[in-house]
Design a protein around this ligand. Structure first.
Ligand code: ZN
Length: 176
């Protein structure tokens, strides 16, 4: 019986240790994939459920790929396989999309965009653009994190040949 208790304790610690990389993974993937609210809520649900999930731990391995079609980082598969089962059997309250996405969400920081902000004050599309600009060394100084809604001017990216030129120039500027 105390062995059983120790085992549960170990399982709980293991799950909690797994949660942090999962959360980090979620925030890293956030810009890239549209439908990560689900994965995020899985991570949030896992925390309070850690003890309930104990018996299921390691039992439901093979379905992770089905539950999480999005790309994932190296290392263990995310624990998402255990979560739906736990949510279903545990009878906990289910949470869909973040309510912020519908009701009184702040709008995107980019002026005239009008979409609800999702990450650091930007809507999904503009946050993706921001990340791309940052990665290519072209992030405008006005595009700060958590900018006020509608306070930042969008920029028009060059296309075609001009785009390649702009990229090369930015790369050179960053190197030199
Ligand atoms: Zn936007």
């Amino acid at each position: 019986m105390s062995v059983d208790k120790a085992f549960r304790e170990m399982v709980r610690n293991e799950i909690e240790a797994q949660l942090k990389p999962l959360r980090d993974l979620v925030s890293r993937l956030e810009a890239g994939t549209a439908d990560l609210d689900r994965l995020r809520s899985v991570a949030e649900q896992l925390a309070p459920l850690a003890s309930a999930v104990g018996p299921l731990f390691g039992a439901g391995g093979g379905r992770a790929a089905v539950a999480a079609p999005a790309r994932r980082g190296p290392g263990r598969p995310a624990r998402s396989a255990a979560a739906p089962a736990a949510a279903a059997s545990g009878g906990g309250k289910r949470r869909g999309r973040k309510p912020a996405a519908e009701g009184g969400a702040r709008e995107c920081a980019i002026g005239g965009c009008g979409k609800p902000s999702r990450t650091k004050g930007y809507c999904a599309a503009h946050y993706q653009k921001l990340r791309m600009l940052e990665k290519t060394g072209r992030r405008p100084s006005a595009w700060v994190d958590y900018a006020e809604p509608n306070s930042v001017d969008d920029i028009k990216l060059p296309r075609g040949r001009a785009a390649a030129k702009a990229l090369a120039e930015a790369a050179q500027k960053n190197a030199g």
